[in-house]
Ligand binder design. Structure first.
Ligand SMILES: C[S@@+](CC[C@H](N)C(=O)[O-])C[C@H]1O[C@@H](n2cnc3c(N)ncnc32)[C@H](O)[C@@H]1O
Length: 206
């Protein structure tokens, strides 16, 4: 567990073979020091750097929830795609994780999240399809957490289809992904800029 700026850490620590990334890049509401346009650029750069630091034959999975801002939709799948394509990546799959039951209108944030798998060289096996719509997000350890069911699905996929023996979450918050990876028998490395959250991530795993 590293308390550090993820982009600097990723630049200095390209991930070794056997490692895959699973992360949630921070929303603009978490980076208030940046005007919205600057956050957009930061977000696409962060997606690019995450994929660039992931071994070419492995994969990076992003769990992201869109936002609605000033009457416009902020599509984070598109922003991840801008960054990941710039890093030479290809989309292996794009799953929808239900945050609310289908058919229910939601106010602030959409009723679904994106689960996006990008890789530079890995290709998905066509004869081993996995569900495209995950009906359950699962419990959340805090409001910005990845849901436990979505995390278990992504860790299992990276283990079974990308050869991952360790999962890296460069924006790990309180360490949900790391705890799920450890519980499923994988190693885990986290990076988090907030000292308080980094400490909570250490405590969650001890
Ligand atoms: C969406 S949350 C991640 C939540 C996490 N998946 C969990 O379940 O706890 C994004 C996290 O990125 C962290 N963060 C923001 N900027 C960062 C940076 N430059 N380097 C590392 N972490 C950063 C935030 O403090 C926040 O905890």
């Amino acid at each position: 567990m590293h308390q550090a700026d993820a982009l600097a850490w990723l630049r200095e620590n390209p991930l070794p073979p056997g490692h895959a990334a699973l992360t949630s890049l921070p929303d603009s509401s978490e980076l208030r020091r940046l005007p919205f346009a600057a956050w957009r650029t930061w977000f696409t750069d962060a997606a690019a750097q995450t994929l660039r630091s992931t071994p070419a034959c492995s994969a990076a999975v992003f769990f992201q929830t869109d936002t609605k801002r000033d009457g416009l939709w902020v599509d984070k799948a598109q922003l991840v795609a801008e960054g990941a394509r710039g890093a030479g990546g290809h989309l292996l799959w794009h799953k929808i994780v239900c945050r609310a039951p289908a058919g229910r209108a939601t106010g602030g944030r959409p009723g679904y999240a994106h689960l996006l798998c990008w890789s530079r060289e890995l290709r998905d096996a066509v004869d081993r399809a996995t569900p495209d719509v995950l009906p359950e997000l699962g419990a959340m350890t805090w409001p910005r957490a990845i849901g436990l069911a979505a995390a278990r699905f992504a860790v299992g996929w990276l283990r079974d289809h990308a050869g991952a023996t360790a999962i890296v979450d460069p924006f790990c918050g309180v360490g949900t992904v790391l705890a799920v990876a450890n519980a499923m028998g994988l190693g885990a490395i986290g990076v988090e800029v907030s000292p308080g959250r980094a400490q909570r991530a250490r405590e969650l795993r001890s």
